[in-house]
Design a protein around this ligand. Structure first.
Ligand SMILES: *Cc1c(COP(=O)(O)O)cnc(C)c1O
Length: 469
């Protein structure tokens, strides 16, 4: 499989190249040159497969000959063996038509483990045959940081530097990062906001005299391999609810449009998805874009669902690429205009085309709290705030009565104990695997929020590119 940039001019890469790369050199994102597809017989044959075998079947066309099928299977068995549920991503029935797809049984209790556990192994595998040491730099408001650190801790030939805003992530989230003591994990508390941290990461990648000294890489959802791993659970869930004979709808709590884009790919591959519900909170740029074509950036309002407090959804560009007929040069022009003016009017024909598959909803804090309370009272389920927003969108959707609706449960309620307690009166208990989190030793350094201080900190610890390599 070849991967091309959404902006049409960066060189095409194979799967290994696309996995190790961050942004394409023309500023675009890598996507497969064509969508693979499955026949209904091939989808029906997934019905009895384990999660790992479903993963192999779904991902093999994207991996191509970068790995043998046996190698891919061994990586999937290892990655998903670390989940604490034998079904990896179990379905839970809420009422006659609503289901939860629990994606939070991985080591750090959020769905990001599903992709990052595999990505950590892919990095290690691809680096093993290269004379390269990878320096991963990222910024996190919580979930991505802990999932990436868990996935990369102790792995050969890679260091991870994770910036988080000091004092502005929850105690659980901070400790999930700072109690990982492997020497290749470097936690940096920035004396500033998440936006400061993220702006510094972008500046470091763009700062030639710094970036040129290291083999930098990214683990946020611009990485294609992350999205690829997320396509799997759409197939896994839908075949258990009757696909390919019966269409299924999914409601997806959305921030960067990564998780829901994986659902779009599943649909392109032949999975009968009746609707993809894009659930946003009051940071509703995606709801405005999909309902009226107004993709314009507002200011971020902090909410109880911080992973959805996003104004620019990087992966939306991948959908726009298809809506532009895969004309990367045309999309590059559109995106440059958007980067300058912070607004983009999506033509009505494209809004109409997207509406065939996508619907969207904007859920305010009251709607979130109501969905959380209702799930507790009627089904005895505690939901984290992100999942509650997804379920509220599922309740609001206009769908045929015989279509089952699967809400993606993206985080364990114990990750957001205060918000869940406010909504339900119940304080979720920490799962066994992190029960001792508050007794573990923490390690992190606090660094001033200036580019110079952070670059100096990293340069003193990272492995530079070998001279002559
Ligand atoms: C990251 C995250 C999301 C948003 O996912 P995207 O792929 O960015 O749309 C939703 N819920 C939780 C709990 C998350 O960690």
């Amino acid at each position: 499989m070849r991967y091309v940039s959404t902006r049409g001019s960066a060189p095409a890469l194979d799967f290994e190249g696309a996995t190790l790369a961050g942004l394409a050199s023309d500023g675009g994102l890598y996507v497969p040159a064509a969508w693979p597809s499955f026949s209904t017989d091939e989808i029906a044959a997934m019905a009895g497969l384990s999660y790992a075998d479903t993963a192999v079947a779904v991902m093999a066309p994207f991996v191509g000959d970068a790995l043998t099928r046996e190698e891919l299977r061994a990586l999937c068995v290892e990655a998903y063996g670390r989940f604490d549920h034998a079904a990896v991503t179990p379905l839970v029935q809420l009422d006659e038509r609503n289901w939860l797809l629990e994606l939070f049984h991985g080591p750090t209790l959020a769905f990001k483990d599903v992709a990052l556990q595999l990505l950590g192994l892919l990095f290690e595998r691809f680096l093993s045959t290269r004379d390269t040491h990878l320096t991963v730099i990222g910024a996190t408001s919580g979930d991505t940081g802990s999932a990436a650190i868990d996935a990369l801790a102790g792995r050969a030939k890679v260091d991870i530097f994770m910036l988080h805003p000091a004092g502005r992530v929850s105690d659980v989230q901070r400790r999930q990062m700072t109690t990982v003591l492997s020497p290749n994990v470097h936690n940096i508390a920035i004396d500033g906001s998440f936006d400061d941290a993220q702006a510094m990461v972008k500046a470091m990648f763009a700062h030639q005299s710094f970036a040129g000294r290291f083999q930098l890489s990214a683990v946020n959802s611009i990485n294609w391999a992350r999205l690829m791993a997320q396509i799997v659970y759409y197939f896994y869930a839908a075949v258990r609810l009757g696909a390919p004979g019966r269409p299924v709808a999914f409601s997806v709590p959305t921030g960067n449009f990564g998780d829901v884009f994986a659902g779009y790919v599943a649909s392109r591959m032949g999975l009968p998805i009746a609707k993809l519900l894009v659930a946003t909170n009051v940071n509703d740029i995606l709801h405005r874009a999909l309902s009226s074509g107004d993709y314009s950036v507002g200011t971020v309002t902090p909410t109880a669902a911080p992973s959805m407090d996003i104004q620019v959804s990087s992966n939306f560009e991948r959908l726009l690429f298809d809506l532009h007929g895969r004309d990367g040069i045309a999309l590059a022009g559109t995106m440059h205009g958007f980067e300058q003016s912070k607004r983009l009017a999506i033509p009505q024909a494209m809004v109409g085309e997207a509406a065939g598959l996508f619907a969207s909803a904007r859920i305010d804090p009251d709607g979130m709290a109501l969905a959380m309370r209702k799930a507790w009272q009627t089904s005895g389920q505690l939901l984290d705030p992100h999942t509650a927003i997804g379920l509220a969108a599922a309740h609001a959707a206009d769908l045929p009565a015989d279509v089952p609706v699967v809400t993606l449960a993206t985080a364990h309620p114990a990750k957001f104990r205060d918000a869940v307690e406010r909504g339900t009166g119940q304080r979720p208990i920490l799962p066994l695997r992190i029960g001792d989190l508050f007794d573990r030793e923490e390690r992190f350094d606090t660094v001033p929020a200036t580019l110079d201080s952070v670059e100096t900190y990293i340069a003193e610890r990272a492995v530079p590119i070998a001279v002559g390599a």
